[in-house]
Design a protein around this ligand. Structure first.
Ligand SMILES: CC(C)(COP(=O)(O)OP(=O)(O)OC[C@H]1O[C@@H](n2cnc3c(N)ncnc32)[C@H](O)[C@@H]1OP(=O)(O)O)[C@@H](O)C(=O)NCCC(=O)NCCS
Length: 396
């Protein structure tokens, strides 16, 4: 069978809805008026059979994620589906290989995605590097936290949203892989953002500066099922974090459970007993390096690290990455120069996990993703991407 791989046009949107809604289980709903898989910053790649039937698709989202203090251009992959009867015959590989090619052409240097299963993506060089976890905790354990007396809380207004965005960005900038919440994927106005939540609370210090916020939804009922879901809770100061958590505790009598999205190293953990919290949902996410030279140039690196390592990248899905490169690190920047002795060999999954700082060279060697090198190259590579645990708070 000869398949055609191309970007979807306006006339293909119903086909995209049909394939996606069946794969992800909302096919009972008719396609909403004006719905489109494609919008600014979103392109859908489709595979068509000779009868012009859409048999596989994948969406490339333009987004930025923070690595080493810089925003790296990313292809966020979503809505990947193959027609039920044709799964396991290479159409997923076909559509994703094309997506990677096109994403590189438009300037994306890495790709991330939330996987329902890692298998198809591992086969193409993505690796799981993190997970978005919602934790449940009994609200009464938060009721034990005392608010800070110099910090006040109030509902956010539209005028507060730029300050709120900056608070998020300050945390994202110093994290690994956190989303830059601007650009086409984040077009909501302040009014729309506030309307998305039952509560949007800001914490204000005694100088009148907003130093933290929480966005939350209050679920139905006031019996044992009552749940407060907290999407973001960010305090720039210990007082803000404490006071926002204490506010959640105030719901103990009517919402006995708090469901809260927290990264592994969130300062909120300094006020919670880990034994009180249980993971409720865990959504793993994966990373792939799309353009190795571009990805190395785009992220920030440790300013105090200088050195060189000769790499050999193995990559038959993105063949432009394939071959020998010298990694040169200096003064917070790095580049990949063609050539070198190919001392350390990395598979695409190894390169992905190393880039994210999700695994050390020694762990990669034990996984079979890195070969060659010695204690010195291991140390340089480990230090180069060591940093906060890769964290994403935005599902897509
Ligand atoms: C996931 C999905 C898109 C894969 O598409 P596909 O056309 O079946 O994939 P392919 O046949 O091209 O397989 C690509 C590779 O992934 C591997 N693979 C496919 N499905 C797999 C699975 N469930 N587990 C492990 N590996 C799998 C294949 O072995 C193949 O590797 P290879 O080329 O090295 O042999 C398809 O199964 C699907 O539509 N599933 C339902 C919707 C879904 O889960 N979407 C993913 C959302 S993140």
């Amino acid at each position: 069978m000869t398949y055609q791989v191309r970007l979807l046009g306006p006339e293909d949107q119903q086909l995209a809805w049909n394939l996606g809604s069946l794969a992800f289980g909302y096919h009972e709903r008719p396609m909403p008026e004006g719905w489109a898989s494609d919008s600014p910053g979103r392109r859908t790649v489709g595979v068509f059979d000779p009868a012009e039937r859409l048999v596989a698709k994948a969406v490339d989202r333009e987004q930025g994620q923070w690595f080493g203090g810089r925003v790296v251009p990313v292809s966020g992959v979503a809505g990947v589906a193959t027609a039920a009867e044709l799964r396991g015959r290479g159409l997923g590989r076909l559509v994703l290989t094309r997506l990677l090619h096109d994403a590189r052409e438009r300037g994306a240097v890495i790709s991330t995605l939330f996987d329902t299963t890692p298998g198809p993506y591992r086969a193409l060089g993505w690796e799981e590097v993190g997970a978005l976890v919602y934790w449940t905790a009994p609200t009464r354990v938060l009721a034990e936290i005392r608010p800070d007396t110099t910090t006040t809380l109030r509902p956010a207004t539209e005028a507060d949203i730029p300050a709120v965005d900056e608070i998020y960005r300050e945390v994202a900038r110093t994290g690994t892989a956190m989303m830059e919440r601007s650009g086409p994927a984040f077009g909501a106005t302040p009014a729309q953002l506030l309307a998305d939540y039952h509560g949007f609370t800001v914490a204000v210090d005694d100088t009148g500066t907003i130093v933290g916020y929480a966005s939350w939804n209050r679920g139905p009922g006031y019996d044992a099922s009552g749940t407060l879901t907290v999407h973001d809770l960010i305090g720039l100061t210990p007082e803000a974090t404490r006071t926002l958590l204490a506010m959640l505790g105030g719901w103990a009598s009517v919402a006995p459970t708090v469901l809260i999205r927290l990264g592994a190293a969130d300062p909120a953990w300094s006020l919670l007993a880990r034994g009180d919290a249980k993971p409720e949902t865990t959504q793993p996410w994966m990373l792939r390096v799309v353009d190795a030279s571009g990805a190395v140039a785009a992220r920030g690196w440790p300013r105090h690290l200088t050195g060189e390592v000769d790499l050999e990248l193995i990559d038959d899905v993105c063949p432009w990455n394939q071959g020998r490169h010298r990694l040169v690190l200096s003064g917070g920047n790095a580049r990949l120069e063609p050539g070198g002795a190919g001392t350390v060999r990395l598979t695409p999954r190894g390169l992905a996990a190393w880039y994210a700082g999700a695994a050390t060279p020694q762990q990669l060697r034990r996984s079979g993703f890195l070969t060659g090198g010695d204690a010195d190259t291991d140390e340089l590579l480990r230090t180069a991407t060591a940093g906060p645990v890769p964290t994403l708070h935005d599902y897509f």
